[in-house]
Design a protein around this ligand. Sequence first.
Ligand code: NAD
Length: 487
Amino acid sequence: MADQKNFLVLENFIAGKFVPCTDYIDSYDPSTGEVYCRVPDSSSQEINAAVTAAKGAFPSWSSKSPQERSQILNKLADLLESHLEEFAQAESKDQGKTITFARTVDIPRSVYNFRFFASSILHHTTECTQMDLLGCMHYTVRTPVGVAGLISPWNLPLYLLTWKIAPAIAAGNTVVAKPSELTSVTAWMMCKLLAEAGVPAGVINIVFGRGQQAGEALVAHADVPLISFTGSTVTAQRIIERSAVQCKRLSLELGGKNPAIIFDDADLLECIPCTVRSSFANQGEICLSTSRIYVQRTIYDDFLKKFVEATKKWKLGAPSDPTASMGALISKEHMEKVKKYVKKAQAEGATIVCGEGKDPLDMPHKNRNGYFMLPTIITGIKDQSCCMQEEIFGPVICVVPFDTEDEVVERANGVKYGLAATIWSKDVGRVHRVAKRLQSGLVWTNCWLIRELNLPFGGMKASGLGREGAKDSYEFFTEVKTVTIKH
Ligand code: NAD
């Protein structure tokens, strides 16, 4: 364990000031397994203080024009961008993801989240309709809701937190945000930029701590009418229960068990590297990661051979290694849970083609206690197996054959989740048919993870409630009112 004095110690950010906490949680460096940081273990006391600050800042912030708020969001984006490398290094160390992923995905997208909503807030219109016979004109107005409670997970820490903060404050709300206790560092770093960006005290408050304590206090707070949550389905169920008493407005972005369907006319030259990426990027710790691959039987052997070859080249390494494709998993507990799925599959008679328990781990000495695991491919597994039904959220992929279009649609839909699906085929008619029938909030064809932020993002079934995006987030973070005028 590192010397106590060398720990990075985070503080809550409330009413424009850093505030120490009485209790702290150890935060581990996933690449070494050592404690390197201490995160406030906040309670309802800190949440109450943050909500009071947010409530106090609301009247002034909500009465600013969208143009004024937009300028501040753009300034924050510029500041974040000017510190991109610093944030990328911190995100990679805190989360275990590769420095390349943090540099090219997490932090640029966090910057873009502010720029995107700084722009989109300027372009909303409301509705108006006339009723000549009765001499009436009806129109809608939108107003910010108040104090928004924002709760985010550990897999894309700053990326997903800013995806909530940006639309919330652009629309005129003030926020109390609680990032994951496992990955709090970049949110804390961002707080240092807020004053310079011109964000008034109390508009963005960040309280760190555990979900069961700080998170629940935020969800249950009477002055927080709206909760935007990204995380697991189990936690979302708890949030629904806790917020039911006050009928809170909820946006829930949850887990997935995302299928890739590969038809026999797929362009394997494009499909294989893309599917390796969709399965193993960010250690498979993306809600949109592919976790079941259905391959048409006529090309199954060819696909599997090439897919295994490409996966073996997906380099596991220390997060700081710029040549690594994959870094460490978030925690020891999570790594053990992911490995347990592989063991269960083996016990059920499935084949572990490569990866966990099959190939040797070769990590540098300093990383020997880190949470590393090789990309793992499982075949010969039944659709009913827990590996094919439950979200594993790690570098494990199941590959199975199918025969017909009808069959694969039914099997792809045969899980409780419905977040993202991928189809590989050159037949446009088939793509349309299958995309329409899949129970999935997002369907990518011949690609993966190409996002248009204007369009709705979110899941069906146990994958979520509501959608995020330019219009959807604006609607979520505002109240609509219909006004009727008779002349
Ligand atoms: P989690 O549900 O354990 O935690 C998410 C957040 O909720 C954390 O900040 C946590 O502290 C907080 N929390 C936990 N219990 C709480 C409670 N009782 N009340 C209030 N807050 C509570 O999820 P995780 O393990 O951090 O993240 C992984 C999950 O997130 C996966 O299921 C993944 O699919 C999902 N996810 C979904 C999306 C999406 O957009 N659909 C994106 C990323 C991750």
